[in-house]
Structures are given as structure tokens and as C-alpha cells.
Ligand binder design. Structure first.
Ligand code: PLP
Length: 366
């Protein structure tokens, strides 16, 4: 049972945050701590399919203690941003890619697919309702979090017969506290993130739950993020807890680990591959061993490295630490290729650079 179009009931929040409070909060935006006035919700049940679409005041969900998500973690999500472009337009960046990936995650987690048109409509309706929550300052945006979870109350291992799809919005500043400063990463030689046949390519909460202890180890070693190696050989670079990774070589080529089931197919990753090619770089989606990275940095063959994802966009990697020691990349500074790619992508997202690929979706009248 699939419905491509539902009418959203629009129920404005009766007590939205006062304008002065919102503007005050905008002066010091962090990441993911402040939320807008509304949420978009669509429900699914085995007998009715998708139904009850609405935009309503952001509020807690009443959840039965036996709700399947609380026991079996049947949950997926997306992360995307609405930007206030330089000329005042409200834009989304490649939202249809998020809609498609959401359904790939849904299939892997035995959840119902949400028609892409409905996913996009829910996101757009929420941004319309909360248009004043899109911050305009450089480096800020309205982070959108579509997600779906199993809400049926039962104990027993099988796919749920009820789900709630929801979109919430959070005005955000830079993802890392240090702003645009390069990040340091800890190489997790013990914990892995995903194995062949597992859920590594799905954007599901469970992947994150499993990564937290490795992320905690990164903090303990004074690093900002953890980078995972492959589960079979503990040798090949995979990705960070929530970001893909690229290495910039001295010969002007870029290397990034290939997709293949254990890596999340990032939309930022895909976009940067296209932009790098536009700019004349060769991009190789190839396995790259951690020991080669170490040797290539020492010999000067590898010049820069960066992590990328919607939340942090592009973050240079300045230092890599593992139980055997550490090495510094590009003297701990953001390198020229990383900066060029970041500026090109951010320029497109903010409507300052020609959007040659047609990646922006302009929200008319928002
Ligand atoms: C979301 C995510 C990314 C980045 O994907 P984008 O589409 O670029 O935001 C990378 N790795 C993981 C594990 C993720 O969950």
C-alpha cells in the first residue's frame, strides 16, 4: 500500500518561541541543541499504509514501553540542511538524494518505504512552517532530521506493523567547537563499525550506538573523532563515525574508500567527487590501508586529508593518532585542495557559486 500524495494538516504551534528569544539564541548557535517550533509527522500501519500527515507543534511522542524501537532498534534517519542563500532564497541541497537513501535504509531495516514525493513534501512543509528558523549567518543553516521508528507495542523479533516518520529542525552553527580548525582523529584498531552483509550502508541509529564506545576512546586520547578500519583485516580505512574520508595525494589525485556495503554512501562524498573532477582532479575510489597512509604522509606522497558530511561539510584532518603513535598532516593546517573543495561546495550551497549540476532546490516563497 503506497500513497504518493497525502494532504498535510497544518496545525500551527500555539506558543512559538518569542522572536526576541529566537534571535538571541541565533547569536550563539551550537549544533543540535536548539529546535524549531514545529515537526512534520506521517504515520504508517500495515492496514492503512501511510496516513495522518501533519505539521504540528514540536512535542514528545507518547510511546508504549513495549514500542519495538526501544527493544530492537528498528530506526533510520537522514541529515540535511536548509540554507538561506546570499540573495535571500531558502534552498535545500540535493534533497532527492536523501529521499532515495532513506528508502535504501528502510529496505535494509525491513521498514516500509516512504514515497520520495512524501519525504520531500514533509521536509518542505516543515521548512515552510519554520522558515524564520533558518539562520542567515555564514556557516549556519537549519539542520533537518527526518527519521522513522518502529512504534508498534510488542515483544518478539519481527518487523513492526506500525511506524512513525517525523522531521524535526534545528538551527545550527559549526559542527565542531573549533569551527574551521582541522580535526584530530583516533584510529580504532579494536572496534569496527560495519562488516560485510551488515548495516554499514544504512543510516540507522544502531550503527551510531555501536560507534559510541570507540568515539569515547577518541576523546580519551584527545581526539575529536574516530576513524574505523575494515572489520575483516583491520587494515583498510573505512570512514569516521558519521563522516566519509578523503586523502589528497601530492600528484593531485584524491583517494576515498569505495562504497561496498560497509560505508555510508555520503551525499557530500558523492558531491565532492563530482566537484573534484570538475576542478581537474583524478578521484580514485580505492581501498587505502592505514599503514600506507602513515608511510605516504611520511614520504610526502599524501599531502592532505579531510572528512566530509552534511553536518560538518568538509573538515580538514590535521592529526592522526593510533596506539602506535601519531602523525601530523599538512603541519596541522587546512590544505589548499581541501579549502578549494570546501569553498566550492559551500559556495554552491549558499547560492554564491554557479550551481552547474542543478543541486539546489529553491523553496519558492519561503
Ligand atoms: C550521514 C553519514 C555520513 C555523511 O553523509 P552525508 O550524506 O554526506 O551527510 C557519513 N557516514 C555516516 C556513518 C553517516 O551516518
Amino acid at each position: 500500500m503506497q500513497q504518493d500524495a497525502l494532504t498535510f494538516a497544518i496545525r500551527p504551534n500555539a506558543s512559538p518561541m518569542p522572536e526576541a528569544d529566537r534571535l538571541k539564541a541565533f547569536e550563539n548557535l551550537g549544533f543540535g541543541t536548539l529546535f524549531s517550533d514545529h515537526m512534520a509527522v506521517i504515520r504508517w500501519s500495515a492496514d492503512k499504509g501511510w496516513h495522518s500527515a501533519e505539521v504540528t507543534a514540536r512535542a514528545p511522542f507518547p510511546l508504549d514501553p513495549a514500542a519495538a524501537v526501544l527493544h530492537y532498534a528498528q530506526e533510520i534517519f537522514e541529515g540535511m540542511k536548509a540554507y538561506r542563500a546570499a540573495d535571500g532564497r531558502a534552498v535545500l541541497f540535493r534533497p532527492e538524494e536523501n529521499a532515495r537513501r532513506f528508502n535504501e535504509s528502510a529496505r535494509r531495516m525491513a521498514m516500509p518505504e516512504l514515497p520520495e514525493a512524501l519525504f520531500l513534501e514533509a521536509v518542505e512543509q516543515l521548512v515552510r512552517a519554520d522558515a524564520k528558523w533558518i539562520p542567515a549567518a555564514e556557516g549556519s543553516s537549519l539542520y533537518l532530521r527526518p527519521f522513522m521508528f518502529a512504534s508498534e507495542a510488542f515483544l518478539g523479533v519481527r518487523p513492526s506493523k506500525e511506524y512513525i516518520f517525523c522531521v524535526i529542525a534545528s538551527p545550527v552553527g559549526p559542527y565542531f567547537k573549533g569551527g574551521a580548525k582541522p580535526v584530530s582523529i583516533w584510529v580504532s584498531e579494536h572496534y569496527t563499525r560495519a562488516a560485510a552483509g551488515g548495516t554499514g550502508a544504512a543510516k540507522c541509529g544502531g550503527n551510531y550506538a555501536g560507534s559510541l564506545v570507540a568515539q569515547a576512546a577518541a576523546y580519551e586520547h584527545g581526539c575529536d573523532q574516530v576513524v574505523f578500519l575494515d572489520a575483516a583485516e583491520h587494515r583498510w580505512l573505512e570512514e569516521l563515525g558519521g563522516m566519509n574520508v578523503f586523502i589528497v595525494m601530492a600528484d593531485g589525485s584524491l583517494v576515498t574508500p569505495p562504497l561496498g556495503g560497509t560505508i555510508l554512501p555520503g551525499i557530500t562524498r558523492k558531491s565532492l567527487i563530482a566537484l573534484a573532477k570538475d576542478l581537474g582532479y583524478t578521484v580514485r575510489e580505492e581501498r587505502y590501508a592505514f599503514e600506507d597512509w602513515k608511510a605516504d604522509v611520511a614520504s610526502g606522497k599524501a599531502k592532505e586529508a579531510f572528512a566530509c558530511g552534511t553536518a560538518a561539510v568538509v573538515a580538514a584532518i590535521g592529526k592522526v593518532k593510533s596506539p602506535d603513535g601519531e602523525f601530523v598532516i599538512n603541519a596541522g593546517e587546512t590544505g589548499p585542495v581541501t579549502a578549494k573543495l570546501r569553498d566550492t561546495l559551500v559556495g554552491i550551497q549558499r547560492g554564491q557559486t554557479n550551481d552547474a549540476h542543478g543541486w539546489l532546490k529553491v523553496l519558492e516563497g519561503v
